[in-house]
Design a protein around this ligand. Structure first.
Ligand code: GRF
Length: 207
């Protein structure tokens, strides 16, 4: 069993997709050991509790720097024997040390077809706003390994959809979640947990 920690900040619909995929056996060989939130009021924490999963709220305010925050996070990862860390709408930036320590074992879901509309400042609705402003006809989501460069790590899976004409940012966000994110994040986790991801020279191939 691959022991997973899911890191969240918000509503946790991606977390829910992972939980459901494990229950439905679409993700094999995995268990969520811990859900960590950097926000006390994240609904994702309720979802975890409702499913009998241990939760932890780590307040950034209690640490004097990102480095210290990540040291506390690392201790928890060790305590729970975590093999894979999944960022599912986690808004804090992880320290370089933390990222290096878990190289190839942290994945993130991003709501665009990277490398488009990624990097600092591209989160939440801003991503979809930028995509609509650029007039793209196709958008989607990407799951990638996390490196020190924001949203620029090796891409594991992507899924694209056509952008319906006249759609709002909010509607596009929902569509991308529904048709892309909730499918490819569980799929990428299943690939990882069953040794099907080959990471070489910063490129991923699926075995
Ligand atoms: C998703 O759009 C994800 O791509 C982004 O943050 C959002 C999290 O949503 N990184 P949720 O908390 O999983 O509902």
């Amino acid at each position: 069993m691959v022991r997973i920690a899911v890191l969240v900040s918000g509503s946790g619909t991606n977390l829910q997709a992972i939980i459901d995929a494990i229950v439905n056996d679409e993700i094999k060989n995995a268990e969520i050991r811990l859900v960590v939130s950097d926000r006390r009021d994240a609904y994702a924490l309720d979802r975890a509790l409702n499913n009998g999963i241990d939760t932890l709220f780590l307040s950034k305010k209690e640490y004097s720097s990102d480095v210290e925050f990540c040291q506390a996070l690392e201790k928890k990862m060790e305590q729970f024997d975590i093999d894979l860390i999944v960022l599912a709408g986690f808004l804090s930036i992880l320290s370089d040390d933390f990222v290096q320590r878990y190289e190839g074992r942290i994945m993130n879901i991003h709501p665009s077809l990277l490398p488009a509309f990624g990097g600092s400042g591209f989160w939440g609705l801003r991503v979809h706003k930028a995509a609509l402003e650029a007039g793209v006809k196709v958008t989607g989501a990407s799951v990638h390994f996390v490196t020190s460069d924001i949203d620029a790590g090796p891409i594991i899976l992507q899924k694209a959809i056509e952008v319906p004409p006249g759609i709002s940012e909010k509607e596009l966000q929902k569509l991308v979640m529904n048709k892309c994110e909730w499918l490819i994040l569980p799929r990428a986790i299943d690939l990882f947990c069953n040794n099907r991801i080959d990471l070489k020279d910063k490129l991923v191939t699926i075995k």
